[in-house]
Unconditional design. Structure first.
Length: 258
């Protein structure tokens, strides 16, 4: 992939301060893009900027995707900003397995409300892309959007990710005439900080991830850079004839579990 395909172009990475989103932001910076990372926590924005600034031109925005007011305010800022937005990555999310019969309205809203923020920010960015001749969008879906694992109950999470993947295909069709490509990736188990709160200790997290390695046909869990490589490919000119695709990045899980 030629670095010049990203040179001086601007990317927004929602959820770009941790995990797969931060790895994507770093790789985009290394390829010459200017990157705006978005997170609901100012502390995570500040920490990410400190780390990522070594790789290129990066700025940050604190934004709670589930707040209609904050999303509307950010869209207003986008509309007034004269800069072109060439790339958008919707990477924010939470993973909190919980049995369907025990799930609460709060659990449901925490997962599904993120999509509402994605939807309207993507709409605003797509309008800018249309005006400026096109762009590329990648959403992070999930293996669990289309697959169920009995020992890991994720009904609300899967519902949210399945919706995001359906949105990907529909947006790709509607925006194709405007030279805007929309794709998604569906990761399997990727070693990020997503289990930290669930497991309660660093050792617990390590043991949990260790136990997941063997279910992948390729014999290991994914790393954030595995996912970032795929996202940056889909954003790039190398993927110019790809839109409406949900790409499995899962060590072979979608084909079958070991």
């Amino acid at each position: 992939m030629k670095k010049s395909s990203f040179d001086s172009k601007t990317a927004i990475v929602i959820g770009g301060t941790s995990g797969m989103g931060k790895a994507t932001a770093k790789l985009l910076l290394e390829h010459g893009a200017k990157v705006i990372v978005i997170s609901k926590s100012q502390a995570s924005v500040d920490a990410a900027l400190t780390e990522l600034s070594a790789f290129g031109e990066v700025s940050g925005v604190r934004l709670n995707l589930t707040s209609d007011i904050e999303v509307a305010n950010y869209i207003s800022i986008l509309e007034k900003d004269g800069r072109s937005i060439n790339y958008l990555v919707n990477a924010s999310g939470i993973f909190a397995p919980k049995p369907f019969l025990d799930s609460t309205r709060e659990d449901y809203d925490a997962l599904l409300d993120i999509n509402r923020g994605f939807y309207f920010i993507t709409q605003a960015v797509a309008k800018k892309m249309k005006t400026n001749g096109g762009g590329s969008i990648v959403n992070i879906g999930s293996y669990w959007a289309e697959h169920a694992v009995k020992g890991m109950p994720t009904s609300a999470y899967s519902m949210a990710k399945a919706a995001l993947q359906a949105f990907t295909r529909h947006a790709a069709m509607e925006l194709s005439d405007d030279k805007i490509r929309v794709n998604a990736i569906a990761p399997g188990i990727v070693e990020t900080g997503v289990l930290d709160e669930l497991m309660g200790s660093e050792e617990g997290v390590k043991e949990a991830y260790k136990g997941f390695n063997s279910i992948h046909p390729l014999g290991r869990n994914g790393q954030p850079k595995d996912v970032a490589n795929a996202i940056v490919f889909l954003l790039s000119d190398e993927a110019a004839w790809i839109t409406g695709t949900v790409l499995d990045i899962d060590g072979g899980l979608a084909a079958g579990r070991s």
